[in-house]
Design a protein around this ligand. Structure first.
Ligand SMILES: Nc1ncnc2c1ncn2[C@@H]1O[C@H](COP(=O)(O)OP(=O)(O)O)[C@@H](O)[C@H]1O
Ligand SMILES: [Mg+2]
Length: 272
């Protein structure tokens, strides 16, 4: 097993409030697998990914990477962010070299690795531009090249295609799918975009509304490339969509029930 989560719970103590973001999450990710994680907005998807990146710790439960407990960022796990998170004072190539620089790798090697990756993501010729000179799609290409530069075993992507226009996102998804196929690295993509998950995933993990629990894990056994117009694609979409819809209704219901209880408390106070 490449990545294992056992009973991971995350509680944010934000006095006077306590928010349980994740509750008893357990699942495994196989080596070379493309796992997509979908769930209602605010359910705890980013929290989950940040913990696997070692940027945050579970309140209880355990995350393991290659069998070892994961408690800090790991040199074989990298992340692609929704908002790119490029360093504005560094050029494209300097951004891609960043992780290798931290690892203390020699300049020649860094440049060679970075140029190869920039070539792969279609940015040769743009290596000396600064982030502010790039379109959203180009920025995310840099984000992807930077994540791959350290030759990770696991690539985490948090809504990586959500902040770019759909036309560019489509092209980038195809490229990422290609990179996955060639590299056989393990990919974990968090997304609220269900067709995107069905297009890319070997398996889709469906989370419930907050506090997120594992609602279902659905294997996607379709040939690639996948077309959202295929009847099988549409059937899978319909099935997972109804799971998510039920979750949304649950969370609305809980919300209303909560309000009702608050209302009753007020009423009781008034009656006293
Ligand atoms: N640092 C934090 N402190 C307090 N609450 C947080 C923090 N980060 C996230 N949360 C809360 O945890 C819940 C899940 O957030 P998040 O993981 O960003 O959800 P998602 O990515 O699924 O939209 C939300 O209610 C959010 O407000
Ligand atoms: Mg998020």
């Amino acid at each position: 097993m490449h990545v294992e989560l056992s009973n991971v719970t995350k509680v944010y103590e934000d006095p006077p409030e306590t928010v349980t973001a994740l509750k008893d999450i357990s699942f495994n990710v196989n080596e070379g697998e493309f796992l997509c994680i979908v769930g209602p907005s605010g359910c705890g998807k980013s929290t989950l990914l940040r913990m696997i990146a070692g940027l945050d710790r579970p309140s209880s439960g355990q995350i393991r990477f290659r069998g070892d407990p994961l408690t800090a960022p790991h040199s074989k796990i990298s992340m692609v962010f929704q908002t790119f998170a490029l360093l504005p004072w560094r050029t494209v190539i300097q951004n891609v070299e960043f992780g290798l620089e931290i690892q203390g790798r020699p300049k020649m090697e860094r440049q060679e690795v970075a140029m190869d990756l920039l070539d792969m993501v279609g940015l040769r010729g743009s290596e000396n531009l600064y982030p502010k000179q790039l379109s959203g799609g180009m920025k995310q290409r840099v984000g992807i090249a930077r994540a791959l530069a350290i030759d990770p075993e696991v690539v985490l992507m948090d809504e990586a295609f959500s902040a770019i226009d759909e036309f560019t996102a489509e092209a980038l998804r195809a490229e990422v799918s290609d990179i996955h196929k060639k590299s056989r690295k393990t990919f974990l993509l968090v997304t609220h975009n269900l067709p995107e998950a069905i297009e890319l995933a070997d398996r889709i993990l469906v989370l419930s509304a907050r506090p997120a629990r594992v609602k279902s894990i659905v294997g996607i056994d379709l040939d690639r490339p996948r077309a959202s117009t295929d009847s099988e694609f549409i059937t899978i979409h319909k099935d997972i969509f109804s799971l998510l819809q039920a979750e949304l209704e649950n969370s609305l219901m809980r919300h209303r029930l909560g309000e009702l209880q608050e209302f009753k408390k007020l009423k009781d106070m008034e009656d006293r």
